[in-house]
Ligand binder design. Structure first.
Ligand SMILES: Nc1ncnc2c1ncn2[C@@H]1O[C@H](COP(=O)(O)OP(=O)(O)OP(=O)(O)O)[C@@H](O)[C@H]1O
Ligand SMILES: [Mg+2]
Length: 401
């Protein structure tokens, strides 16, 4: 099968015990559980399987250990479609990455994670043959891939350079780092400056970006609650523009139930975004937009970002316009949060279109800021800088006040 998209990077086995309401972890005591669920997790499994369900021919590339957890992970992926497990590398030197998701009903979840084989993922794991065949490459969670972020991101730069040389459209998603750990010691502003010019579509969540660019403010906000909810829209926009100035064609900052913020570079930069570059680059250029989320029956937000990215990439790969591609992102993200795992709620694009036809409407709420203009036809708010060349001028305001 010739893939349209390659999804590469972080993959792991999620182990999910069904904990009873009110469960507390007390040394010396036992907790009876209702059973244990196993799921394929991480960006590669979540975005990859969601893309597959949305009808995109996709190839998944990641590292899995030569162990039982690795066998189970392959088995779960092959259960979605046989070819999804075929391009995973077998790593004899490390255990399969795994995460215990300890979710007591009614309380925030705890994650117990072993990085394992993901630490060994390297740029050459994505072969030249794959890059020659695909139109798009999505790299998931470089902060969890030690060989990709060390040496100021040399591995990430190497992979994206090869992809762009092959004409492939590149996208990258990030994840939170441990400020006190190994990932926190890396020079993230430098790493971003090195790989963002090689990234066409940069698709992180807002909290992760604040953590990398303004850790002090991130710490203050994170102690108060959810950063994606608390950060004012003008600061989200400032963060987006600062990232756009580092060289990608487009920055999408996922903001949870608030939806997402998008800003884009010039038509020339968008037209240079590889095989899947938008045909109507001018309509995608110099935009500053806020896309409201769809209302959803919230069960779990785990992997919502990965699912939203799959929706957006499906739109890009199918040649949808900007409005429809962003609509696919927030619609698929909302479907994802209605189930405990990332992909159970993502049944396919026709089902989502049916839901919209049956009256599923955006959750508009208040405008993101005073100067934002609502555009009902497009389904978004236009920001104060919409239509201006965003990436080419440097702001005189501070990045984050
Ligand atoms: N509670 C919600 N209700 C409706 N839509 C949601 C909700 N949470 C998230 N979404 C949709 O999914 C998108 C992605 O979610 P989010 O911003 O949480 O990504 P993320 O932080 O990358 O998540 P993760 O890293 O857990 O995958 C949002 O932009 C929004 O459109
Ligand atoms: Mg995310």
């Amino acid at each position: 099968m010739s893939p349209d998209a390659v999804v590469a990077g972080h993959v792991c086995l999620d182990i999910i015990p069904a904990l009873p309401r009110g469960a507390r972890f007390v040394p010396g005591q036992m907790i009876e559980i209702g059973g244990t669920g196993f799921a394929a997790g991480g960006a590669v499994a979540n975005t990859g399987v969601a893309l597959h369900r949305l009808g995109v021919a996709v190839c998944l590339v990641g590292r899995v250990g030569a162990d039982r957890y690795g066998d189970l992970l392959r088995h779960i992926l092959a259960g979605h479609a046989a070819h999804l497990a075929e391009a995973l590398h077998r790593d004899d030197t490390a255990a399969t990455a795994h995460t215990y998701i300890l979710s007591v009903p009614g309380a925030d979840r705890m994650l117990v994670h072993h990085a394992g084989s993901n630490a060994a993922f390297r740029d050459t794991d994505v072969s030249d043959a794959l890059l020659a065949a695909a139109r798009a490459l999505h790299l998931g969670y470089p902060p969890t891939l030690e060989q990709m972020y060390r040496d100021d991101g040399a591995g990430t730069v190497a992979l994206l350079t090869r992809a762009r040389a092959a004409g492939v459209t590149t996208s990258v998603d990030m994840t939170q780092i441990d400020l006190a750990g190994r990932t926190g010691a890396a020079d993230w502003p430098t790493i971003l400056r090195r790989f963002l010019p090689l990234t066409d579509l940069f698709l992180p969540s807002v909290g992760e970006m604040l953590q990398l660019l303004d850790p002090a403010r991130w710490r203050r906000l994170a102690t108060q609650g959810d950063v994606a909810t608390l950060l004012p829209a003008r600061d989200v926009a400032a963060l987006g523009r600062a990232l756009l100035a580092m060289g990608p064609a487009l920055v999408m900052l996922k903001c949870g139930a608030r939806g997402l913020y998008l800003c884009s570079a010039s038509a020339a930069r968008l037209a240079a975004a590889g095989h899947a570059a938008p045909r109507d680059a001018a309509a995608w250029a110099d935009r500053e937009l806020w896309v409201p989320a769809y209302p959803a029956d919230l069960v779990g937000t785990n992997g919502a970002g990965d699912a939203a990215i799959a929706g957006f990439l499906m739109g890009v790969l199918r040649g949808f316009g900007l409005s429809r591609s962003l609509d696919a992102a927030v619609a698929v993200g909302a479907c994802s949060v209605e189930h405990a795992d990332a992909i159970a709620g993502v049944s396919g694009w026709p089902a989502i279109m049916q839901r919209k036809a049956a009256g599923w409407r955006r959750d508009w709420r208040d405008p993101p800021g005073p100067a934002w203009r609502r555009d009902d036809a497009a389904g978004w708010w236009c920001g104060p800088r919409d239509g201006a060349p965003l990436a080419s001028h440097t702001d005189d305001e501070e990045l984050i006040p």
